[in-house]
Design a protein. Structure first.
Lengths: 237, 638, 262
């Protein structure tokens, strides 16, 4: 047993091993981001659709599903963040004297700012969880104000929470900024993970690149459409 | 001292087998007790170091580059010959042997050449097993091409980078042995001196080029695998660092220098464009398969764009002079023809030192795409250097010094006249005679390193008590002091001229008087000028910095100082050899049509020069060459 | 031929000491000269004026030995694609240009002097597995190992690496992945390299990590700077080979056999 763990530890502490973990957790988070967006877009279908969706998430596996998902995501984020911070520190240490003249030929700005977009997204996730999940500093947890009658069941009124949440300009603006950075992060991360997992080929690499940019744009448009619709166009208010 | 070449007796084809059979062996347990120093890490050095380590010897390998992989073997483009007869076109060991002896203009040692041809097949097997990515047929077998005018396709190649790939193969074998602990690798270490104890080479003195530290290393035998001396001409296709120091220092300690006048000129190099030029770049002569070489017929057309010179006013001089070989005439012949055209004032480009290599007809016939597929990398290289496109206008080419056939004299065991000092590859004189055929240099370097020295080192080593000499021996102390003294002497001149300016002046002089064509008057003048220049060097060279750190100017000074001495021997040899053969052309000795006139009656020998302490009076020792298998004949390519 | 007047900003450093930029005028440089010949001219004048010439690595000057190593205007080997410093010519610059000349910067490539760096880390990586274990004389006939043309050509693409270190120098993270992947990939893709494939992959990657190179973040600056245009697809392959080798090592391992087999 310990031989297996020794090898796994060695894998984690190697440059490529750690990157593979970043890629795998990145892939998981990428799928989550897509699902999360699709769910949220139900806000445009109407209160019933999104509230039913919210209720379904809360009650799946007798309420255990959401915790399994939360712990899984926490682990993915945790590994993704810790590993990338370690990798970045090693990368900084790998060049002692910086170049006097810095130039880039092909790397994208997104790829060069992954750590900063990533850390900002991390900060946003914390804010986002406090805002809509833990509901700190707001009344969204107040059952009297935020309940909804779903076919005779009283459930949490996700719809109203979202409309109210994004009616406050600073929250909506921060949200949009975070989505811009997430989109930047994804535009490099998407194709990058195929490379790290050893799955790119001469033929597929350009395709993965385009798909990555399309995916990043999709997430950006999809997620930003909600705060913009609410704040700017008064949707649901 | 008489020259005992230790050639085995018996039928030519059986000599090497017989010699191996008769050679003494060393018990594996005892091999570990012997230390072998290998200087140089090119094809010969890396392959020798790796193989000797596999056999169990303790090996210390030295190179001046920052990695053994950078030795100049890496620049060889064309390929490597081997008598595999994979093409079923009638090749054999005997045919390769025959072609090499004839190609060498009957100035090589037959027995060595036969051994080389025999081992050629093993080299290909060895390299393929190492993962050298040779060109392949679709079926997975090895591809061959015909090279340098050979009538069979026996050349194996890896794109245009065969030397690189073979060297990386040998380097990988070396790495395997470094990792195993069998080879101690010393990079950025330049050999300054051979240490001789009781008449035997027992070690070397080196300078660490990063720290400046001068160090002593003792061994039971020393192998020099340090390449050729082409940089005596300053401009050559050699790497900037290629030098004669290791072989010259050994010569001064008793190793005879053989046939220095055999210098090979490569016809298809990019011409000199200005006096800032630091080196010449060779383009594979495969270009001559499709390119046509010409100069304008009339001086009035010089300077005009090539396209404006009508067909009738062009002189395709190789096709005219050598109708059957045409543009594919051998290297020395093509080179001299180009020189003649330029001497007649018909050269093109800056300084009038260039001839056209024209692809217009080939492009018309096969299309630019096909030509690009065949030679794209060479056209790109040409454009990078000259800023001109070979597709749109003819390339300009001019011959340049490329390879040196001469080197330290060695016997059949590759041991020089200094006991314990073995010499491999281009650094020795043995296999190419007066002229080297294309794709044969790589073959010799690897044959010597992988297959010859591992057998022939034993007969010497068995006579030696392993580890009997250490660096605490007074000879080492003295050699260290000498090397340090020489370094200090360089730094203390504090003159006005840079090392490069001396090297350039020496090179121009030697190229002018002892280059593609030589004559008595020119050589005599060079022999007068070289000592004067040397004297000026020692009184007026300016070397900044100190000896106690990295100092490239100091490194160059050491090399140039040795070239200054070597150049004199080169001219002595060229003057002494009153004939024309291969890479040595004396204008006094030619047929009416300008062909080289060999004098087999008086000069069928290898000239092994002995250092007498007086550079102006080297002593000539002759090894008479006998030709039992390949009969002496006029080398005609008409 | 025209002459250029240039302003150089050259990195000067002695081993183990901090470095600095020095402004050097390079006047009347022929545009036909190569970049290194321009440096030769500059050095010749520095020597004449009693200055300290700039130390730089160079040898073959025909783009194959991999010794030259300058970062020019922030790009390893300068602005021209698929070109080593020695093959870069001054006609690519304009009169009056300011040119930054720096060493290949990486912690794993310590500066020896000025623009010379110590790249022996590359040798050590190769020693950790960049070979096929075959004794001299033990090889079968070359044509008994068939290698498809496509496979041989691909291996040659990787084998074209000259080990100059431009990939490391140009990488934002000073990663050596392109070099290591080309070297491992050449042998890992040939039949001759199969028996030691996992051992080689693990050995070379571990040595690479030990040398203090950074990590690849898939930005492909290495490929853009590589004078031999080595493809980053070799990195893809190394990632894959490493994952498989690690999995095999972790879950299958190597059973130690007594001498003589079982």
């Amino acid at each position: 047993m310990s031989a297996v763990f020794d090898s796994l530890s060695r894998f984690y502490h190697s440059s490529i091993g750690k990157k593979i973990l970043v890629a795998l957790t990145g892939a998981a988070l990428l799928i989550f981001v897509l699902g999360h967006m699709i769910g949220n877009l139900l806000v445009f279908v109407g209160p019933e659709a999104i509230n039913e969706y919210g209720h379904m998430l809360q009650t799946a596996l007798h309420g255990g599903g959401v915790w399994i998902a939360r712990l899984g995501l926490l682990a993915a984020v945790g590994i993704h963040v810790v590993a990338t911070i370690q990798l970045t520190k090693q990368n900084r240490a790998a060049r002692v004297d910086a170049y006097g003249k810095v130039a880039s030929q092909v790397s994208s700005k997104s790829s060069r700012t992954m750590i900063w977009s990533g850390l900002t997204i991390l900060a946003f996730i914390v804010y986002h969880l406090l805002h809509f999940t833990v509901r700190v500093g707001n009344e969204y947890g107040n059952k009297a104000l935020y309940s909804y009658d779903l076919h005779g069941h009283t459930v949490h009124n996700v719809y109203k929470m979202v409309i109210d949440g994004f009616s406050w300009a600073p929250a909506a603006i921060f949200y949009v900024i975070a989505m811009l950075l997430l989109s930047s992060h994804l535009s490099h991360g998407f194709s990058s993970l195929f490379q790290t997992l050893g799955l790119s080929t001469h033929r597929t690499e350009p395709l993965f690149k385009k798909l990555g940019h399309a995916f990043a744009l999709l997430i950006l448009v999809g997620n930003c459409s909600i705060p913009i619709a609410i704040l700017v166009f008064g949707y649901g208010r | 001292m008489s020259l005992d070449s230790k050639i085995p007796s018996g039928p030519m084809a059986l000599r090497w087998s017989k010699h191996k059979q008769d050679s003494k062996l060393i018990n594996p347990k005892n091999k570990r007790k012997y230390t072998v120093i290998v200087v140089g890490s090119g094809l010969a050095g890396s392959s020798a170091a790796a193989t000797l380590s596999e056999l169990g010897y303790k090996v210390k390998c030295f190179c001046f580059q920052d990695s053994p992989r950078r030795a100049h073997s890496i620049a060889a483009q064309g390929g490597i010959n081997a008598a595999k007869n994979y093409q079923n076109d009638g090749d054999s060991v005997h045919r390769l042997f025959y072609d090499t002896v004839k190609g060498g203009d009957f100035r090589a040692r037959e027995s060595n050449v036969h051994r080389l041809a025999e081992e050629s097949v093993n080299i290909i097997d060895q390299c393929a097993a190492q993962g050298v990515p040779f060109a392949r047929e679709y079926g997975g077998g090895l591809a061959n091409r015909s090279f340098g005018g050979a009538q069979v396709s026996r050349t194996f190649y890896a794109r245009g980078q065969t030397g690189q790939q073979l060297l990386l193969g040998a380097y990988s074998a070396l790495n395997k042995e470094v990792a195993r602990g069998g080879v101690e690798m010393h990079t950025r270490s330049e050999m300054l001196e051979v240490v001789v104890v009781d008449g035997h080479a027992k070690g070397i003195i080196t300078r660490n080029l990063m720290t400046g530290k001068i160090e002593a290393h003792a061994a039971d035998t020393v192998l020099l695998c340090t390449g050729g001396y082409g940089n005596v001409f300053y401009l050559s296709t050699n790497a900037m660092g290629c030098n004669v120091t290791a072989t010259w220092r050994a010569h001064r300690k008793g190793a005879y220098f053989a046939n220095p006048c055999y210098t090979q000129i490569h016809p298809t190099c990019i011409p000199v464009s200005g006096d800032y030029q630091s080196k010449l770049t060779l383009m594979s002569e495969s270009l001559r398969n499709d390119g046509r070489i010409w100069v304008p017929k009339n001086k009035a057309d010089i300077g005009k764009p090539a396209a404006q010179i009508p067909e009738s006013d062009r002189d395709y001089f190789l096709e005219r002079k050598y109708p059957s070989f045409g543009n594919l005439a051998p290297r020395d012949i093509s080179s001299r023809a180009a020189k003649d055209a330029c001497d007649a004032g018909l050269g093109v480009g800056p300084g009038g030192r260039g001839v056209y290599l024209d692809f217009a007809e080939a492009i018309g016939q096969f299309g630019q795409k096909t030509i690009a597929e065949r030679y794209g990398n060479l056209f790109d290289m040409y454009e990078k250097i000259t800023g001109e496109s070979g597709y749109k206008q003819p390339m300009r080419i001019y011959p340049a010094v490329h390879y040196t056939m001469g080197g330290l004299w060695v016997d059949y065991n590759l041991m020089s006249s200094l006991p314990g000092l073995h010499v491999l590859g281009e650094a020795n004189f043995s296999d190419h005679g007066a002229n080297r055929l294309g794709a044969s240099a790589l073959m010799q370097g690897l044959a010597d390193g992988y297959f010859v020295i591992p057998t022939t080192i034993a007969p010497y080593l068995v006579t030696q008590t392993p580890g009997s000499v250490t660096t605490s021996h007074p000879e080492f102390t003295k050699a260290l002091e000498d090397a340090q003294g020489r370094t200090n002497k360089f730094l203390n001149v504090k003159g006005k001229r840079s090392v490069d300016s001396f090297h350039r002046e020496l090179g121009l002089l030697v190229w002018d008087k002892c280059g593609m064509a030589r004559d008595k008057a020119g050589l005599t003048e060079a022999l007068k000028r070289i000592p004067e220049l040397r004297e000026e060097f020692w009184s007026n060279v300016k070397i900044p910095g100190s000896g106690a750190a990295a100092n490239p100017e100091l490194e160059k000074a050491g090399r140039v100082a040795d070239f200054m001495e070597f150049a004199e021997l080169l001219c002595h040899d060229a003057l002494d050899r009153e004939e024309s053969c291969g890479g040595h052309f004396r204008t006094e000795h030619q047929y009416d049509d300008g062909e080289a006139k060999r004098d087999d009656e008086n000069y069928c020998y290898a000239a092994a020069w002995e250092h007498t302490g007086d550079l102006s009076k080297p002593k000539l020792n002759k090894e008479q060459l006998t030709f039992e298998e390949v009969h002496l004949s006029v080398r005609s390519y008409k | 031929m025209s002459l250029l007047n240039l302003q150089l900003k050259v990195w000067r450093q002695n081993q183990g000491q901090p470095g600095h930029f020095q402004d050097i005028q390079a006047l009347e440089i022929p545009d036909h000269a190569s970049f290194l010949e321009m440096m030769d001219i500059v050095n010749e004048r520095l020597i004449q004026d009693g200055g300290d010439p700039v130390a730089f690595d160079h040898d073959c000057r025909e783009g194959i030995c991999g010794m030259c190593s300058m970062t020019i205007n922030g790009i390893a080997h300068g602005p021209e694609k698929a070109t080593t410093t020695c093959q870069l010519h001054m006609r690519k610059f304009r009169d009056g240009d300011t040119i930054w000349v720096e060493p290949f910067r990486a912690k794993a490539f310590p500066v020896v002097k000025d623009l010379m760096v110590n790249r022996s880390a590359f040798d050590r990586i190769q020693q950790a597995g960049g070979f096929v274990t075959v004794r001299t004389g033990a090889a079968p006939d070359a044509n008994s190992i068939l290698v498809g043309k496509e496979v041989a050509d691909a291996a040659m693409d990787a084998a074209a690496c000259i080990g100059c270190g431009a990939c490391v120098a140009s990488c934002k993270n000073a990663s050596a992945m392109l070099f290591v992947s080309a070297k491992a990939g050449q042998l890992n893709s040939l039949p001759q390299g199969q028996p030691e494939k996992n051992r080689r992959t693990l050995g070379m990657v571990r040595q690479m990590d030990k040398e203090g190179f950074g990590n690849c973040t898939n930005q492909y600056e290495c490929e853009a700077a590589c004078p031999k245009e080595i493809s980053v697809r070799w990195i893809t392959k190394l990632n894959r080979d490493y994952a498989l080798a690690s999995a095999k090592e972790a879950f299958v391992g190597v059973k130690e056999h007594a001498e003589g087999g079982d």
